[in-house]
Design a protein around this ligand. Structure first.
Ligand code: XMP
Length: 525
């Protein structure tokens, strides 16, 4: 009888499929990344749809999905951050903009009420219907019902679409509108907790109405909800995860902090703290100190400065790829540490500076220190498919996505057409153009220093337009839940605990992707 035959099935498995520590040690001195490994499946009673993808970046900041949109100027501004939070994740607003603009972007997310049109197009009572018709024609509005407001923004009536006709063009709005006294409105307090639920109840109660006008104590119009939006959002909500919200039901959002320095090179503490104070006034949920090299005195000082001034604020800091880097940032006051040096799809750090560690080995080393220090780990960069996210989450608490989200319609930037295909710009924050726009400090350069040429550590690129963030996240999270199902993991903590790895050869990598067939695209353009 051979030795193998004596082994029980489970000890045979554990000899071939190794848990993280044994696996990464066994592969030394080779460092590994996503495509180098595959996960072994386990007995499962978990259906993918029942796998719980919730996670936390700190005691205070909980997410429904472990996905963060990168603080890059071609990925995250308020539109992306709103879409991320509505899907249960969080967006980090980039800092390549004036500090006051970044505060405004954060405010847009925190004040976003899904379904409520906060600045509806309105008309004045003294306009003629002819003027309203001209406005609709000129601005190509697809609707013709407008709230009527006086100069102070007080709601005085509703101009219904069925009187916005050529026949009435010489009449004044005030003569044909439904006056305020005949309108049924809703107070903003009544919708504060859950606007969609409140609007749904409103439309059920008031048969035939299809606009809910929201007013404040002074009678000012605070917003408008249409019944068709409520129906669409309710239908979407069935297939979507729960949004990530703060204790006051507002969407969560984070912002990257620029390490602003004085002319003598010292951190400009006053400017930094004033800016974080303004972000706190808008109830920011997290700040990110994002640099290419986080294990440095400068980043440590910045984290300490913010942590001492705002001890309850969640601080994300990085990037590092070593256990001592994690320990250092944790001791400075960071709650979640970003891991990744050079894996990003637009990164050239490894090419330019010759440094960096393939991402999975870096995550494993960082995760061990993070566990000892009680901080979270975020895998940042290099993720190109949902399987990479599953592998990253066997070691990390969340992932940051750049390239996978840059083609979404909510990412900043114009759509361009090249040879019949649609693209959006995606550039590294260490590319020359992004550094010139402000991010030079992230890579340890001074954009005002004309005596030295900035050395780029990133490229400028294009991403094919990929539809909505909802769709992209839906597909990615579907993949994550499949992975959890294969490993019998109900929660992400189970996934981390159960993961066992094998090394994949080049032939194994070929086998892992579709091969020896001609792929037929079923995508609708
Ligand atoms: P993905 O692969 O998701 O990576 O597109 C996004 C992450 O890449 C980092 N990043 C850079 N790294 N040079 C670098 O070496 C750059 O110019 C650059 N810009 C972004 C960043 O961590 C981001 O989240």
């Amino acid at each position: 009888m051979t030795q193998v035959a004596n082994l029980s099935a489970s000890s045979l498995d554990s000899e071939f499929y190794l848990p993280a520590d044994a696996f990464f040690r066994a592969n030394l001195p080779m460092a590994l990344t996503f495509d180098d490994v595959s996960l072994a499946t386990l007995y499962s009673e978990i259906l993918p749809k029942d796998a719980d993808t919730s996670t936390a970046l700190s005691e205070a900041l909980k997410l429904q999905i472990p996905i963060i949109s990168s603080d890059m100027d071609t990925v995250t501004e308020s539109r992306m951050a709103i879409a991320m939070a509505l899907n249960g994740g969080i967006g980090l607003i980039h800092y390549n903009m004036a500090a006051k603009d970044q505060v405004k972007e954060v405010a847009r997310v925190k004040r976003h009420i899904h379904g409520l049109i906060q600045d509806p197009i309105s008309v004045r009572p003294d306009l003629l219907i002819g003027d309203v018709l001209a406005m609709i024609e000129q601005r190509k509005f697809a609707f013709s019902t407008f709230p009527v407001l006086d100069e102070a923004g007080i709601l005085v009536g509703l101009l219904s679409g069925n009187v916005v006709k050529e026949r009435y063009k010489a009449k004044a709005v005030r003569d044909v509108m439904t006056p305020r006294a005949s309108l049924i409105t809703e107070h903003e307090r009544a919708i504060a907790k859950d606007p969609i639920k409140a609007a749904d109840a409103f439309f059920t109660q008031h048969v035939g109405l299809n606009k809910m006008l929201v007013v404040d104590d002074a009678g000012k119009l605070r917003g408008l909800v249409t019944s068709s939006d409520v129906e669409r959002i309710t239908a979407e909500a069935k297939s979507r995860r729960k949004p990530a919200r703060d204790a006051n039901f507002r969407l969560v959002v984070g912002a990257a902090l620029a390490p602003v320095r004085k002319s003598n090179g010292e951190l400009d503490r006053d400017r930094i703290l004033t800016h974080v104070g303004h972000l706190m006034d808008e109830s920011i949920d997290a700040v990110a100190v994002s640099t290419a090299h986080g294990h440095t005195a400068g980043v440590g000082d910045m984290v300490k400065l913010v942590h001492q001034a705002f001890p309850n604020l969640t601080i994300i800091a990085g990037n590092v790829t070593s256990g001592s880097g994690v320990e250092f940032l944790a001791e400075c006051g960071a709650d979640a540490i970003k891991v990744g040096q050079g894996p990003g799809s637009i990164c050239t750090t490894r090419v330019v500076a010759g440094v960096g560690i393939p991402q999975l080995t870096a995550l494993h080393v960082a995760a061990r220190s993070a566990a000892a220090k009680g901080v979270k780990i975020i895998a940042d960069g290099g993720i190109t498919k949902s399987g990479d996210i599953v592998k990253a989450l066997t070691l990390a608490d969340a992932v940051i996505l750049g390239g996978l989200l840059a083609g979404c319609r909510e990412a900043p930037g114009e759509i361009m057409e090249i040879n019949g295909k649609l693209f959006k710009q995606y550039r590294g924050m260490g590319s020359l153009s992004a550094m010139a726009a402000g991010s030079a400090a992230r890579y340890g350069h001074d954009k005002t220093d004309q005596t030295r040429k900035l050395t780029a550590e990133g490229i400028e690129a294009l991403k094919e337009v990929s539809g909505s963030t909802d769709d992209v996240l839906g597909t990615l999270i579907g993949g994550v839940q499949s992975g959890m199902g294969y490993l019998g993991a109900k929660t992400l903590a189970d996934l981390r605990q159960k993961a066992r790895y094998v090394r994949v050869s080049p032939a194994g990598q070929k086998e892992a992707a579709p091969h020896d067939v001609i792929e037929v695209s079923t995508r609708k353009n």
